[in-house]
Design a protein around this ligand. Structure first.
Ligand code: COI
Length: 355
């Protein structure tokens, strides 16, 4: 890991806040950004002194490598406000570690830890009013890195920009999700970038997801690219299946994102004595469980999506509807997770970080 001494972020404060212009009750996910943004350039072999400045457009050459080769990675994390008005991050170390893991996979230099946390804390301190209180409100934090070196030779850049934006949000999905199981397209392949939050990894899903949307589905559940046999993840979420009382999810691999919410659900389940099975579940096993009545629930987990229930899945043009059980795991995990995030319950795991 790159270690650099000192960050001493330079702060250029906005003259006037845009807070009063925002209708916080009617937000579209990720369309509005807070007053400030964090920016740090990499050149001459090191990360330069970071700046926090008013949110606004960038001036970047059209020759920058990010536009030609998609050398870009990102993260998604959230800040929450409790009833007393205190602000908390949820497992931010995990996101820091993952952005550097993604960077490594995309031949981007790793970002120093002290720069990341000094920047994040200063940014949150300046824009803490943008973390709104309330059940589904949070501030979605989007760190990202782009290759800024000018040149179209197909090789890694030697200049980059690391940025952090913050966006007030509510629920990502405001209804139960209808999914289609992938039988033609693939999200990732062995040895590919599926485990990285590489920008193109998400862009590549847009076309098949649009086809699914045209048919009335919200998301695709991706299967392995070799045989379309194993259930993997849903692109914006990891996926959990409850068969009888066992919670099943796919093991992480170089095809599947090592989700922070996924890991948290597994930890909460273990603490609560709920049986978990991290294994490769086949489509045939899922269909058999549906038919014999042992498939009780499917839900997705993710930072943006939190925990989102799947109300039906489609395979071979047949829709399989799911009825939410009374003792729903989805409801239980969502509550337990949010109680920790919003400082409504004891945090036995040490996940909450007060700002
Ligand atoms: C997140 O949950 O932060 C994600 O990465 C989903 C995002 C693509 C909306």
């Amino acid at each position: 890991m790159t270690t650099q001494e000192n960050s001493n972020v330079i702060v250029n404060q906005a003259e006037k806040s845009r807070l009063n212009e925002v209708d916080f009750d009617n937000l579209t996910f990720g369309n509005i950004f807070s007053d400030h943004m964090f920016e740090c350039d990499y050149k001459d072999g090191k990360w330069q002194t970071p700046t926090i400045k008013p949110y606004g457009p960038l001036l970047i050459s059209p020759g920058a490598k990010v536009f030609h080769y998609g050398q870009a990675v990102f993260e998604g994390m959230k800040a929450f406000k409790d009833e007393a008005g205190d602000v908390f991050l949820f497992r931010p170390e995990k996101n820091f570690e993952r952005i550097n893991k993604s960077s490594k996979r995309m031949a981007i230099p790793e970002f120093p830890k002290n720069f990341f946390f000094e920047g994040l804390n200063t940014l949150l301190d300046l824009d803490k009013e943008w973390v709104r209180p309330g059940a589904d409100s949070s501030l979605y934090i989007r760190p990202f890195v782009i290759a800024t070196q000018v040149g179209v030779s197909a090789s890694p850049a030697n200049e980059y920009k690391f940025m952090i934006l913050m966006s007030p949000v509510q629920a990502y999905y405001n209804k139960d999700v209808k999914v289609i199981i992938a039988q033609e397209y693939s999200r990732s392949a062995d040895g590919g970038v599926g485990a990285a939050k590489a920008a193109g990894n998400y862009g590549a899903q847009f076309y098949p997801t649009n086809l699914a949307k045209e048919k009335g589905y919200d998301q695709v559940i991706w299967t392995d690219s070799n045989e379309h046999k194993y259930l993997e993840e849903a692109g914006t979420m990891n996926v959990f299946f409850r068969i009888n009382d066992t919670l099943i999810t796919a093991p992480t691999s170089d095809r599947i994102l090592d989700g922070v919410t996924r890991d948290s659900v597994l930890a909460i389940a273990k603490r609560d004595g709920i049986k978990t099975d991290v294994k490769k579940l086949t489509v045939d096993e899922l269909l058999a469980a549906y038919k014999d009545g042992s498939l009780k629930e499917i839900f997705g987990s993710g930072t943006a999506a939190v925990i989102s229930p799947v109300c039906s899945f489609s395979y071979n043009d047949i829709d399989y509807d799911l009825v939410k059980p009374e003792d729903s795991y989805f409801t239980r995990f969502k509550k337990e997770l949010k109680d920790i995030q919003y400082n409504r319950a004891e945090d036995t795991f040490g996940w909450r970080v007060k700002i």
